[in-house]
Design a protein around this ligand. Structure first.
Ligand code: GLC
Length: 748
């Protein structure tokens, strides 16, 4: 009896298994490879269903295939935190009460850590928040190169050097996608200004395109494995990025073998035939300006909606292009929303606050510290904090990266907390009035920043108190208001606004123990530089801003940040502004010409008198001292491994960033004097020594040859310049390249 019962149960189980397998279609079977599943799903879809999945159905979602149980795809801004819910078809708030988030530091701050481990932590943490909010595509990170310090969105990007941006973006992407959430790297490509962003037509030579503006995107795709990418608003060589065959098909999909989905920026699509044929895969935000207005419920009118369906049905456009788009969208959905093995994420966790604070403190850059004014000494008993940025929330505003935070610790709060723990009294003076508003897309800060005093009265009041304080901490900079660090337009000039320079000058005259702390996403002029003993570049650090800044000012954290862009003395020291020609920036008659070529950031200022640079790319001080020893190199395939001994010769633990720049002493083409090609960060206790190992493949010595479309290493002598800033080269290694080497672009 027992055996026959067992036999019956076994047969029953087997038949259920067969039925289950027979009933589960391939596209739902996660034991199969994703392309098999995609192929099966595609074969089951009608043409209208194919059209439906490639364009938006709401502000931030696109339709799945309800009939087949393929879920909708939900996108969310932004690179620094998960945007609050908006209504189905409105930019305004949905009024949800469960969508506050952690604001992580702006990506300039992340880049300033020069630490890919921080980028991995960042991506993992923000990806967890996106996952918890059931978003499948995070519309970030941005890696557009910092061409001009006036670009309103530089705070969202990772600086002026393609190698630094490329190394940091890879880890960010891996972190995000470890949650089963797609990163969407933006804005591909050449979106280096906000002024006239929807129409400006960029012209740039091929060598500059390949050596400066593409590498970070290529790293994102080939090393980061980005599941999606966002072509931007601007035109390149006369064709909008979203319909640019060279960018989207020739380079992204054919050369780089990108297998993800190209998702348009919001409102960046303008023509059905072009976007259908040239490589875009999804259309979002059409009939809107991508920020705050648009036609309502116009989704069927989208270029890739009914108009595309009509041309397909008339046989005027090939089904093959539509199928390629749908395959990519299905792959994106299966990697995310249909991925049953995804973790569940988390929101507003203390781990995320800790990550935000850690990244913030590690990204803060100590620019100057004469006489070791910092960290705050024990004999300091009375501190005066001055400046609007000490009390103004910075997480609201700035465009699509604006957030509704669960908390934002302001600089004054953080400084007060740290001081209280040391028995130090803290007073505050406004000093200047910048922008008293505090609202974006229906999210309000709730702050009352109204101030009845005049600018001169504010300065007088601050100066009077400054004279009585043991130390003054000025907290100023830019903010997220229009024409500042904000999407949609650029700054009008290079100076700090709102009379800050006048105030800073007066404070420095009143008290030599004045520390200048600026919160910005861009460089700015420093007319008071020589008078200031201590200057801190503090970025937009988000929810943990105040505590991160206080950690560094009071010495709980030893600063180790390095500048991801150059602080030149004047705007004209940046190549695009050195010609005095509007065609080069911000453009003329709709065209902008990158006449400066490779001369971006230190690649240009290296050729100027050193006095033209206030603080160099890669610069950042510490509260301890480091000594760089004699490097050694050994062959590594067709490249080299360089080992750099580093010692902490100071009195406290700290981290140093060892940077390796390659210099080609003689070449058939003009090359920058040096270019960053490797870096490594090392943490050392006082008296401790260690080695930083740097790998320089053959491509580190190559320049791009537009004629052959090959990266070329010419025979001759190279130098590897080792230092802890681009203007602080300590050691050199000579490399003799015997023969010419040609490398295919897609190899890199
Ligand atoms: C915006 C931005 C883009 C953002 C998108 C959705 O205009 O350019 O970065 O992700 O539209 O808000």
């Amino acid at each position: 009896m027992k055996n026959s019962l067992k036999a019956i149960l076994a047969i029953t189980a087997a038949s259920f298994a067969v039925m289950a397998t027979a009933a589960m279609p391939a596209y739902l079977d996660e034991s199969l490879d994703i392309d098999t599943r995609v192929k099966d799903a595609l074969s089951r879809m009608t043409v209208p269903e194919k059209i439906a999945v490639i364009h938006a159905q709401s502000k931030f979602s696109s339709r799945g295939v309800p009939r087949l149980g393929i879920p909708d795809l939900w996108c969310t801004d932004g690179p620094h935190g998960i945007r609050p819910e908006v209504l189905w078809d409105e930019w305004e708030q949905a009024g949800a009460t469960n969508d506050s988030c952690v604001a992580f530091p702006a990506l300039t701050c992340l880049a300033a850590t020069w630490n890919p481990d921080m980028a991995l932590l960042y991506g993992k943490s923000i990806g967890e928040e996106a996952r918890y909010r059931n978003k499948s595509v995070l519309l970030g990170p941005g890696v557009n190169i910092y061409r001009t310090p006036l670009n309103g969105r530089n705070f969202e990007y990772m600086g002026e050097d393609p190698f630094l941006a490329g190394r940091m973006v890879v880890s960010y992407i891996k972190g995000v996608q470890s949650n089963g959430v797609a990163a969407c790297v933006k804005h591909f490509a050449l979106n280096n200004q906000e002024r006239d962003r929807n129409t400006v037509n960029v012209s740039v030579d091929d060598r500059t395109l390949y050596e400066i503006y593409l590498p970070a995107f290529k790293a994102a795709v080939k090393d980061g494995g980005a599941w999606s990418i966002m072509p931007g608003y601007n035109r390149y060589d006369g064709s909008f990025a979203c319909e640019n065959r060279r960018l989207l098909t020739d380079i992204l999909k054919n050369d780089w073998k990108f297998d993800g989905a190209a998702i348009s920026d919001w409102g960046a699509v303008h023509n059905t035939e072009n976007v259908a044929s040239n490589g875009l895969d999804m259309e979002f935000g059409s009939w809107t300006n991508g920020l705050n207005w648009g036609a309502s419920n116009s989704y069927n009118d989208y270029y890739l909606a009914d108009p595309y369906l009509k041309l397909i049905n008339e046989g005027k456009l090939p089904m093959s292009d539509l199928d390629d788009k749908v395959r990519r969208v299905l792959r994106l959905i299966m990697r995310t929303a249909m991925n049953r093995n995804r973790p569940f994420g988390s929101l507003n966790s203390e781990d995320h606050y800790a990550a935000a604070r850690r990244i913030g403190t590690e990204g803060i850059v100590l620019l100057k510290n004469n006489g070791n004014l910092l960290p705050v000494a024990d004999n300091i008993r009375k501190i005066l904090v001055v400046g609007e940025n000490a009390i103004k929330m910075m997480t609201v505003g700035g465009g699509s990266s604006s957030l509704k935070v669960q908390r934002e610790i302001l600089p004054l709060d953080g400084i007060r907390r740290a001081a209280a723990g040391r028995g130090i009294s803290v007073d505050y003076e406004r000093g200047y009035v910048g922008d008293t508003t505090g609202e974006y897309n229906g999210v309000t800060t709730g702050q009352d920043l109204s101030e009845p005093r005049t600018a001169s009265q504010l300065i007088a009041d601050a100066v009077a108190k400054a004279r009585e304080a043991d130390m003054v901490i000025f907290v100023g900079g830019l903010n997220k208001s229009p024409k500042q660090d904000s999407e949609g337009d650029d700054r009008n000039d290079f100076a700090l606004p709102y009379h800050q320079n006048e105030l800073i000058d007066a404070l420095l005259d009143a008290n030599s123990n004045t520390v200048i702390v600026n919160l910005t996403g861009n460089a700015y002029s420093m007319p008071w530089l020589d008078k200031a003993r201590a200057i801190v570049q503090a970025w937009y650090i988000g929810s943990e801003s105040g505590d991160a800044i206080a950690d560094v000012l009071f010495g709980d954290v030893n600063p180790s940040g390095k500048l991801p862009f150059t602080f030149a003395k004047a705007l004209t020291d940046y190549a695009p502004h050195s010609y005095g020609d509007s065609l080069i920036y911000p453009g003329s008659n709709g065209d902008v010409v990158y006449k400066e070529g490779l001369g971006i950031g230190y690649r240009h200022t290296d050729r100027l008198n050193r006095r033209r640079v206030n603080f160099a790319f890669g610069h950042g001080l510490s509260y301890t001292d480091f000594k760089i020893g004699d490097p050694t190199q050994s062959p590594d395939g067709d490249g080299y491994i360089v080992t750099v001994p580093v010692s902490n010769t100071g009195s406290r633990e700290g981290a140093e960033v060892i940077q390796a720049y390659v210099s080609d002493s003689k070449s058939s083409v003009s090359r920058p004097l040096k270019e960053l090609k490797a870096f490594g960060k090392i943490n050392l206790k006082p008296g401790e020594s260690g080695n930083v190992t740097l790998t320089l493949g053959k491509e580190a010595f190559a320049f791009f040859n537009p004629a052959s479309k090959l990266w070329t290493v010419e025979p001759g002598t190279f130098e590897i310049l080792i230092g802890n800033a681009s203007d602080a080269i300590k050691k050199k290694i000579k490399i003799i390249q015997v023969s010419q080497v040609q490398l295919a672009d897609f190899r890199l």
